[in-house]
Design a protein around this ligand. Structure first.
Ligand SMILES: *Cc1c(COP(=O)(O)O)cnc(C)c1O
Length: 474
């Protein structure tokens, strides 16, 4: 028996006919979404049937049950469109603070504080003593002043916002000399010269890429100069025949000319990193001791807190910054303040950091501990890998990431999977990304490598390996 195409087109139900039988879907997803999907589905069916123009008749035992077919199809689509886009992943890239993977993981104390702040009204900008309007900075300012040794502090959306706000507040339409060796680009869209253009202020490049002298800055200063600025070269290092000007020399020069000295620290740690086997980096406190009038740094880099940018330093300059209407546009919300406050309290008690702050916990893991974990997991991993893959535990180097300590690495161990075939190893990498909790590793030279430094939940990792095995065999 054959049914002509025209017959089939005539049998397509109307939107109302389908909706009439879609009560369950409507209860779950709402009338609006279901109606829209039904309309789309009928349109799709109609155009695909019309497109089969060369075939005048369609073979069919009987006309398909269009309504059932439509209901099944839209249920799948509704579920797909409702799936969360932002999901947890295993960061086994070896980069602890991976900007694309969300940087710092918050400590439990901060997560609890976020839940409390989110679930109730709170005194965000309300002074409970006077009953008057308060200032949201008041909840973290004293803590940050104590930890940085600063007179005053404010917090904005991220460090890029902090730099923008400082320049816009203190250097609007005026000149700012910066060393050619410090005109950094951070992860694509943040470039010092471009931020200055938008501040807007005029960048005056001084020195050469590899060498800048104090006299280069001195020669650049004139009545148009608003401030001197030093930028931490967060994600690169210039080696060889180099010279840069120290913070204390720049601070003295700025003072002689009566202009502020600003340092963009980028990562800005609050404690000495040497205890984690990393090269000593100047702390926020040390930069202020060295004479910076203002420093800016990120909350979610080495600090290990929520995304935010911290501006710390002289009280009079911070008052000027707070008066800038842009401050309002760049301010942080109550959730950030709640989380930041808990993270800062951990820094008051540094012994706790090594147990409680995930960024420090991950930095502090010994390579022996990671090696033992890799040896434990290797049998589970190898079993699900096809025979032609060569799996082993290999030493590797982790890095801090996010522009913190760009050239220092932490010795670590990885489960390494090697294949002679490029396509096979890329397929493995892609399938690992499709797991319910995607596994993100590193691919180099036909080798897929999982650095276990940041693997906290071994069981969860093992439990989804069966699914990886099925995907590989499919
Ligand atoms: C990371 C970084 C920034 C940008 O900070 P975000 O918190 O990512 O906005 C700015 N300057 C320097 C030197 C940095 O390292």
């Amino acid at each position: 028996m054959t049914t002509s195409r025209q017959d089939l087109l005539r049998q397509l139900p109307s939107v109302d006919q389908v909706l009439h039988q879609a009560q369950d879907l409507i209860t779950e997803w709402g009338h609006q979404q279901v109606t829209e999907q039904v309309r789309l589905e009928i349109d799709t069916l109609r155009s695909s049937m019309t497109a089969q123009a060369t075939e005048e008749t369609l073979e069919a035992e009987k006309a398909p049950d269009f309504i059932d077919q439509i209901l099944i199809s839209i249920e799948v689509k509704l579920q797909q469109s409702n799936a969360n886009s932002l999901i947890p992943v295993f960061n086994l890239t070896g980069t602890i603070l991976h900007t694309n993977l969300g940087r710092a993981i918050l400590p439990q104390q901060a997560i609890d504080a976020i839940v409390i702040a989110a679930s109730s009204a709170c005194n965000l900008e309300f002074d409970l003593d006077s009953g008057q309007r308060g200032d949201r900075d008041s909840h973290i300012e004293a803590l940050l002043c104590e930890l940085c040794g600063a007179e005053a502090v404010t917090v904005v959306n991220n460090n890029a916002a902090a730099v923008l706000l400082v320049l816009n507040s203190l250097a609007l339409n005026r000149q700012v000399p910066v060393s050619r060796g410090e005109l950094v680009e951070i992860g694509g869209s943040f470039r010092i010269p471009e931020v200055m253009q938008r501040a807007p202020c005029q960048l005056v490049e001084v020195g050469a890429t590899n060498r800048t002298h104090l006299k280069d800055y001195a020669n650049a200063i004139n009545e148009q100069t608003a401030l001197l600025m030093k930028v931490h070269t967060s994600n690169f290092s210039i080696q060889g025949f180099t010279k840069s000007v120290s913070k204390s020399e720049l601070a003295t020069l700025a003072k002689e000319h009566g202009i502020p000295f600003v340092v963009d620290l980028g990562s800005g740690n609050l404690i000495d990193m040497a205890q984690f086997g990393l090269p000593p980096e100047p702390t926020a406190r040390q930069s202020l001791v060295d004479g910076a009038d203002l420093i800016t740094f990120s909350g979610d880099k080495l600090l290990g807190g929520p995304q935010c940018g911290i501006i710390a330093g002289r009280k009079d300059l911070l008052e000027q910054i707070r008066r800038n209407p842009l401050k309002r546009a760049l301010r942080v919300d109550k959730l950030t303040i709640a989380a930041l406050s808990e993270v800062l309290k951990l820094y008051r008690h540094p012994e706790k950091l090594k147990q409680a702050l995930p960024t420090i916990v991950h930095m502090n893991r010994s390579s022996a501990d990671i090696q033992a974990q890799a040896n434990r997991l290797l049998p589970f991993w190898s079993t699900v890998m096809p025979a032609q893959f060569n799996c082993s535990v290999q030493p590797c180097d982790s890095q801090v990431g996010s522009g913190a300590l760009p050239i220092s690495t932490l010795p670590s161990f990885a489960i390494s999977t090697l294949s002679k075939n490029d396509a096979e190893i890329s397929r493995l990498q892609a399938l690992a990304r499709q797991l319910p909790k995607p596994v993100i590793g590193r691919l180099h030279d036909k080798c897929f490598s999982l650095d276990l430094r940041c693997l906290d939940d071994e069981t969860q990792f093992i439990n989804q390996l069966d699914m990886l095995a099925s995907a590989l065999n499919a």
